[in-house]
Design a protein around this ligand. Structure first.
Ligand code: NAG
Length: 377
């Protein structure tokens, strides 16, 4: 059996503007494979020397946001067969500007006069179909480990796709244990802004809600939230831990709060650190009170994303450079997917106080309601 990591990539704003999978330039020496009538880009035939990845252009209905963008592509590191815990990684590049969730043709055009199209959901579904069709690579017994992880927009993608992947893979590519690791997008947004944004992105038409008629109704009514989607995923998969990584004062999530807020209310005040952290705590507290499989790692920092950056190896609850007595971020992450009988505890640095008594001027606390632990049965 083989472990498998599905990573959804980062940087919503920059990539939406460039309309390019920007990471690909970092991997320009990687071999490229383009799916065609005569080429299926088989995982079993890819170069699996350590550190080598292959860029796949799956074609079909996939695309990036602008007519002149490069092709949509994903990146594959085949795992070795002779090493324990050596993951096969499929990295879904981000070039759709819709948090990997949309399926929409916009009413406005790109610089060449062609309609802007955001089909992140099509890109992800096409990639998943490729993954599950590689039956000659995967063991007949399926996967030992399945990890669904993403940073920034990829965190949103991991949340939106978690239930689909965890549910669909049960038949198409069964797994023994799994974990979902959303890095840096807990989803603090202005009231009333999420539903309309999802309609604009085409989330309701994106197929990610196909298992959830109730969520689809809410989506079409403009009332769906990310928290509804993630809540449903946690509730449907109680044996899968959802490990939330979040900075107390994430500067990029705050900027997106302000930007999205202006699209619904031009008078909206920018969000401050104290309010942002309080709202983030409230979301985590809602998760931990309703679902036993929510745990979190909170960093006293303004950093946005960890898992795709070298700071994942240095960070602790004290900050990017580490320190303090808590388990480091990398040691905490290494616990997932969890072994049967083990327990993971939420991590946060600061005095533990009830959320309604949180300090009014500082973020140097931890909300009692957001603390949790999960034992893998
Ligand atoms: C995207 O929308 C088109 C119709 O515009 C539909 O045919 C297709 O199935 C959708 N794909 C996904 C993955 O949602």
């Amino acid at each position: 059996m083989k472990p498998f990591l599905l990573a959804l990539a980062l940087l919503a704003g920059a990539q939406a503007q460039l309309g390019q999978p920007i990471l690909s330039s970092l991997f320009s020496k990687s071999p490229t494979c383009t799916v065609s009538d005569t080429e299926t880009c088989k995982l079993s035939e890819m170069d699996s020397s350590p550190g080598t990845s292959t860029i796949v252009h799956p074609g079909g209905d996939t695309r990036c946001i602008f007519s002149y963008s490069s092709d949509y592509e994903f990146q594959v590191w085949p795992g070795d067969n002779d090493k324990l815990m050596d993951y096969t990684i499929v990295h879904i590049m981000y070039c759709s500007g819709d948090a990997h969730a949309g399926n929409s043709t916009r009413s406005y055009n790109d610089l060449r006069g062609q309609p802007v199209r955001q089909v992140g959901a099509v890109n992800v579904q096409t990639t998943l179909d490729w993954v599950t069709s590689q039956s000659d690579f995967w063991s007949e017994d399926g996967l030992t480990d399945l990890v669904i992880s993403g940073a920034s927009a990829g965190s949103l993608g991991a949340q939106v796709w978690a239930d689909n992947i965890l549910s669909d893979f049960k038949t198409s590519l069964p797994y023994e244990r799994a974990a979902v690791i959303p890095d840096s997008y807990i989803g603090v947004f202005p009231d009333g802004s999420q539903g309309p944004t999802m309609i604009d992105f085409g989330v309701c038409a994106g197929g990610t809600l196909k298992n959830s008629p109730d969520l689809l109704d809410k989506c079409n009514n403009g009332e769906l939230t990310l928290q509804d989607i993630s809540g449903a995923a946690m509730s449907r998969h109680p044996d899968v831990p959802f490990a939330w990584i979040q900075s107390k004062r994430d500067i990029v999530q705050k900027a997106y709060y302000d930007a999205i807020g202006l699209t619904v209310d031009l008078e909206l005040d920018a969000i401050g650190d104290v309010e942002f952290f309080k709202d983030a705590n409230q979301i985590i507290a809602d998760y931990t009170s309703q679902y036993k499989n929510a745990v979190s790692y909170i960093v006293d920092s303004l950093m946005h994303t960890y898992t795709l950056l070298p700071i994942v190896y240095t960070a602790s609850s004290r900050g990017v450079a580490g320190g303090g007595d808590d388990m480091s971020m990398i040691d905490w992450l290494a616990q997932f997917p969890m072994k049967t009988g083990t327990t993971v505890e939420s991590v946060c640095d600061g005095q533990v106080v009830d959320l309604d008594e949180h300090p009014k001027w500082f973020t140097n606390y931890c909300a009692a309601e957001a603390q949790s632990e999960y034992t893998q049965e």
